[in-house]
Design a protein around this ligand. Sequence first.
Ligand SMILES: [Fe+2]
Length: 358
Amino acid sequence: MRVPLAAVSPGTTLSRPIYGVMGQILLREGVKLTARSIRRLQELGVSAVHIDLGIPEPEDPISEHTRCYAHQMLAQLASNLPNKVQVREVVQSILDEILESEAIIQGMNSISTYDGYTYTHSVDVCILGLGIGVKLGLTHNQLVDLGTGCLLHDIGKLSLPSIILNKPGRLTADEYELVKTHPQQGYNLIVANPDVSSQAAQTVLQHHERWNGSGYPLGKSQQEIHPFAAICGVADTYSAMISNRVYRKAVPSHESYEMLLASGGTWFDFKIIQAFAKCVVPYPPGALVELTNGQAALVVRSSPSHPYVPVVRIVGTDVTLMEEIDLQEARIGIRGLLSAAATRRLLGSTEYASALGI
Ligand SMILES: [Fe+2]
């Protein structure tokens, strides 16, 4: 199960390898984490790891292999080798896996294992953008163009000084104006690439435009915005919110979900937000939550049709993993996610740790 790194104690055993941003293995499956390795992973921007909790893992929407392939392609593109990369081939692989996998709904919330890496964020936006596109009934060719635009949406940031992109504090007005040039710079970089359609290029150019006209660089509104760019904007915003950034911590998944839902008709097209709500759930499998009766519980399964009442297992004081409870039938609600500190206390106590197999 994927859990926040902040909630993991030294001695925890990894149930999946941790890959570096370029696909190299940083730590193998079965390795016991130490205080030092946890610190190092934090420095590298890893925000979550997989540990064995003795319950079935939600499937990831795409394989590690495809994710690494996408990272390598983006790295090649960054090194000015546009003729040697096959963007469509990468997007096709991601799309094939999404269409094959029924895990898109469950896995969509486990997309962000890394923070602060443009490549990882780009792949995450591609996955979620394609998920929304599938729900909106786009054709196969449209999905490939949408996926290509989503994968390349922030490619213009490669032209910006990294000192600005990684600045921990608030940007000055001049710095913000420079950041706002990245959609146009990205468009300029790819518009001549034969692998990239004009639809995908428009997605890159317009992904920061907003429904109410408050976006940039063109200040377009409503139907003036390319529909693929509007989808990309939703996926980009959600992926950015649930990730730790250098200048702020991740927004909890349920708050990000609710903020996106509330943005229909202001920032985003309501129809796209409705499709988003069919892809993402506020409490994904693996989330540790506090119930309205005060108990702590682990989310086992969730469904976008009943987003606030997933199936959970109570984490108790004597027997740590009890039978599954469908909150829809039990008339118990969720107060919110357990805080990182509470999760850490829970997973860190010897009693829980042994019962949870960590
Ligand atoms: Fe962007």
